[in-house]
Design a protein around this ligand. Structure first.
Ligand code: NAD
Ligand code: UDP
Length: 321
C-alpha cells in the first residue's frame, strides 16, 4: 500500500538513501532539511520522482513543523551526526534533538502518524558493557564535549517514550551504530570518510590515539532496509532496537583495509585522542534478528569497495577500486 511519508534530515547521508528507497517502493515522500550539514545534490535522484517534494525548514521551529500537514509516517533523521559537526554549535545540536523531537511528536500526536526516531549508539556513551544490548543504560559524561549529542538523543528517546505512554503515539526508536556509504559529506570528519579521502589523495591517514579503539561499521543499504522493516512491522515493536553490523575493527585495522583497497601510499600519522572518545563499541543485534528477522549482509570490505568510487568521483581523484 502506498503511504505518505515525511523524512526530516532528507538531504543528509542517511536521509537521502531513505527517501530514494521509499520512493522506489511507490510511496509519496516529502523531504525536509535546512542544509545545516548537507547539500541538496544528495537529493538529485529523488527529485526525478513525481512523488517527491521538498521543504526547506528547521525542525526546531514549532510553527514550521505544525504547518507540515498530515502523513502516514514520519522519520526523524534531522540532526548533525559527526562529532566535528555536532560540536560546532552544541546548543543548536541539543535544540535540534530535543525541540525537534518535541515538535515532531506533537505533529504525530495531532495527525495519528507513526513516528521513527534516529537514535544512536552514543546513548551508551563510553560503554562499560560489551557488546551493548538495549537493556544497557549507558555511561555518558553529561559535561563533556560529546554530551550535546549524547544527552540530546537520550532526552529525545525519553520524549518518544513519554508521548507513547501518555498519548498513545505510535513510535519506533532505532539506535544506529556507525554507518557508512555514498553521500557522506567528505568533510564531516567521520573516520570512514576521512580515511577514504586521505588515502585517495595520498594525504597522511590521521589516526586519533593509538588506533586500538574499536567500532563496528554497517553499510548504508543494510541499515535503511532495517529502518523500513521496523516501520512496516505491525507487531508493536516500538524499540529501542540496535541496528549496526556486529564485526568489530580497530581504527588501525580500518586504516590498513582502506589503504589496501585504494592501493594508497599514504603514511599513517597519530594524533591526540578526542576527549570522551568511546574505547570500544559493538552492537548486540539479537533483538533486531529475533523480532524483525533483520541482520546486515554486507561485509566491511565489500561495503568499502562500493563506497570508495563514489568518494573518488566526489573529490575528483582517480582510484584503484
Ligand atoms: P547527516 O549530517 O548527513 O544528516 C543530517 C541531516 O539533518 C543534514 O541534512 C542536516 O542538514 C539536517 N539537519 C540538521 N539539523 C537540522 C534541523 N534543525 N532542521 C532540519 N534539518 C536539520 O547525518 P546522517 O549520518 O545522515 O545522520 C542522520 C541521523 O542518523 C541523525 O539523526 C544521526 O544522529 C543519526 N545517526 C547516524 C549515524 C551514522 O553512522 N550515520 C549513527 C548514529 C545515529
Ligand atoms: N577517528 C580517527 N581518525 C579520524 C577520525 C576519527 O582515528 O580522522 C576515530 C575517532 O577518534 C573514533 C573513531 O575513529 O575513535 C570513530 O570516529 P567517528 O567520528 O567516525 O565516529 P564516533 O566516534 O562518533 O563513533
Amino acid at each position: 500500500m502506498s503511504k505518505t511519508i515525511l523524512v526530516t534530515g532528507a538531504s543528509g547521508f542517511l536521509g537521502s538513501h531513505l527517501c530514494k528507497n521509499l520512493l522506489e517502493q511507490g510511496h509519496t515522500v516529502t523531504g525536509l532539511d535546512n542544509f545545516f550539514t548537507s547539500a541538496r545534490e544528495n537529493l538529485h535522484l529523488c527529485e526525478q520522482h513525481d512523488s517527491f517534494s521538498f521543504i526547506e525548514g528547521d525542525i526546531i521551529d514549532p510553527q514550521t513543523v505544525a504547518g507540515l500537514g498530515s502523513y502516514d509516517e514520519i522519520y526523524n533523521l534531522a540532526c548533525p551526526a559527526s562529532p566535528p559537526h555536532y560540536q560546532k554549535d552544541p546548543v543548536y545540536t541539543m535544540k535540534t534533538s530535543v525541540f525537534g523531537a518535541l515538535n515532531l511528536l506533537e505533529l504525530a500526536k495531532n495527525t495519528g502518524a507513526r513516528i521513527f526516531q534516529a537514535s544512536t549508539s552514543e546513548v551508551y556513551g563510553d560503554p562499560e558493557v560489551h557488546p551493548q544490548n538495549e537493556d544497557y543504560v549507558g555511561h555518558v559524561n553529561t559535561l563533556g564535549p560529546r554530551a550535546c549529542y549524547d544527552e540530546g538523543k537520550r532526552a529525545a528517546e525519553t520524549l518518544f517514550m513519554d508521548y507513547h505512554r501518555e498519548y498513545g503515539v505510535d513510535i519506533r526508536i532505532v539506535r544506529i551504530f556507525n554507518t557508512y556509504g555514498p553521500h557522506m559529506d567528505p568533510e564531516d570528519g567521520r573516520v570512514v570518510s576521512n580515511f577514504i579521502c586521505q588515502a585517495l589523495r595520498g594525504d597522511p591517514i590521521t589516526i586519533y590515539g593509538d588506533g586500538s579503539q574499536t567500532r563496528s561499521f554497517c553499510y548504508v543499504d543494510d541499515l535503511i532496509n532495517g529502518f523500513i522493516t521496523l516501520m512496516n512491522n505491525n507487531k508493536n515493536i516500538i524499540g529501542p532496537v540496535n541496528m549496526g553490523k556486529p564485526g568489530e575493527f580497530t581504527m588501525k585495522e580500518l586504516a590498513e583495509l582502506v589503504m589496501e583497497i585504494t592501493q594508497s601510499s599514504s603514511q599513517v600519522t597519530y594524533h591526540d585522542l578526542p576527549k570522551d572518545d568511546p574505547k570500544k563499541r559493538r552492537p548486540d543485534i539479537t533483538k533486531a534478528q529475533s523480532e524483525l528477522g533483520w541482520s546486515p549482509q554486507i561485509a566491511l570490505k565489500e561495503g568499502l569497495e562500493k563506497t570508495i568510487p563514489w568518494f573518488a568521483q566526489k573529490i575528483g581523484v582517480q582510484n584503484a577500486v
